[in-house]
Design a protein around this ligand. Structure first.
Ligand code: DAH
Length: 358
């Protein structure tokens, strides 16, 4: 056996017996690394007499290739084995019942669930998420939304005011999510398509009102937007949200200072005992206000109303939750009663997605 053949046998058997990737790497370095044996032979070629150089060079090259390809084969084999071993040890029997544990006892609050459902649906319709602070300036909450200082709409909002600052300015707990419209239009160029879910505050409390509640604002600004787009968007949303094809919706002409024209939307429902059932026209629950963004609002945020228009809407998240999940009393949402939460809450594993169902 020639010297090269012996060497090849040595390397091939070392490759064959390597049991893991580090051992294989050692063989590679000893053969093909900078100071490896085969590399040594290659660099020694120059010292050979020219007549031997060519044929010896060819043999060394063949050796190099045979060793390199044996290493590659072994490497993919070892990697495959490692993956299989891992898959074997990480095997889970998903049919096993859940063990009693805090994460199985805990519940997702219906508001959080509905919030997620709403953002999923609007994300699917191409709306991005926007945010704003709960403590707002008077301008963002009112003035820039076309509600000037003495406007009667201010009284309707039952606002929680903070003490006046030295410069005479006053902050408020935002009474609606509409100031996020202002923040978004001041920081982004049209076209705009956002929703902004969040908490809002009003000094009011009875069976259908709590001092803190939830809204989701929607805003779309573009060059050719009309009421038809608004209506389609809201209808698509309601069908997806209530998971039925025949939601009964009623668009009523209304008035909001920041939209013109404006509408309010009611959803038809019936009562079975103490439960609310979606559909029919026995009873109506108002779930949202909407309209075409008022040109004054666009002007207030520096958008040219001759070039752009858009629509906006504000949906009551809590009301949607009441309707969809048949919960009659809004106050129970915030009472923190574990028995209520166990009954109406959602499993942590039950994440709403468009694909998997809401
Ligand atoms: N901000 C209004 C409220 O809280 C709801 C609303 C009405 C929002 C019309 C809008 C809209 O964006 O266009 O009562």
């Amino acid at each position: 056996m020639s010297e090269l053949e012996t060497l090849e046998q040595e390397f091939l058997s070392a490759i064959d017996t390597a049991t893991d990737l580090p051992a294989l790497e050692q063989v590679r370095v000893s053969a093909l690394g900078k100071k490896g044996k085969i590399s040594g032979l290659m660099s020694g070629l120059g010292k050979l007499p020219p007549e031997e150089r060519k044929s010896f060079g060819q043999s060394v090259n063949a050796l190099k290739q045979s060793v390199a390809s044996a290493i590659e084969d072994k490497k993919s084999g070892l990697e495959r084995d490692a993956l299989n071993a891992r898959l074997e040890t990480e095997r889970e029997d998903v049919t096993l019942p859940l063990r009693p544990a805090p994460q199985n006892e805990g519940r997702i609050h219906p508001i959080s669930q509905v919030w997620e459902e709403i953002t999923e649906i609007f994300a699917d319709l191409g709306f991005a998420m926007a945010e704003g602070p709960h403590i707002e300036t008077d301008e963002n909450n009112f003035t820039k939304l076309n509600i000037p200082a003495e406007h009667p709409a201010r009284q309707e909002h039952d606002t929680f005011y903070f003490n006046e600052k030295q410069d005479g300015s006053r902050r408020v707990l935002r009474t609606h999510t509409s100031p996020v419209q202002i923040r978004t239009m001041e920081s982004q160029e049209p076209p705009i398509r956002v929703i902004a879910p969040g908490r809002v505050y009003r000094c009011d409390s009875d069976q259908t009102h709590t001092p803190m509640f939830h809204q989701v604002e929607g805003l779309l600004i573009d060059t050719e937007t009309h009421m038809g787009h608004l209506k389609w968007t809201l209808e698509e949303f309601c069908k997806a949200f209530f998971e039925v094809d025949d939601v009964v919706m009623r668009f009523r002409a209304s008035h909001f200072p920041f939209t013109e024209p404006s509408a309010e939307v009611d959803i038809g429902y019936s009562k079975k005992g103490n439960e609310l059932l979606i559909g029919g026209d026995d009873n109506w629950l108002e779930i949202l206000g909407c309209g075409m963004v008022h040109p004054n609002v666009l002007t207030n945020v520096g958008i040219d109303p001759h070039k752009y228009q858009g629509f906006a809407f504000g949906i009551g998240i809590d009301r949607l939750a009441m309707l969809k999940y048949g919960m009659p009393d809004l106050r129970a949402f915030f009472a923190g009663d574990m028995r209520w939460l166990k009954h109406y809450g959602f499993s942590v594993l039950n994440v709403p997605t468009i694909a998997g169902g809401l």
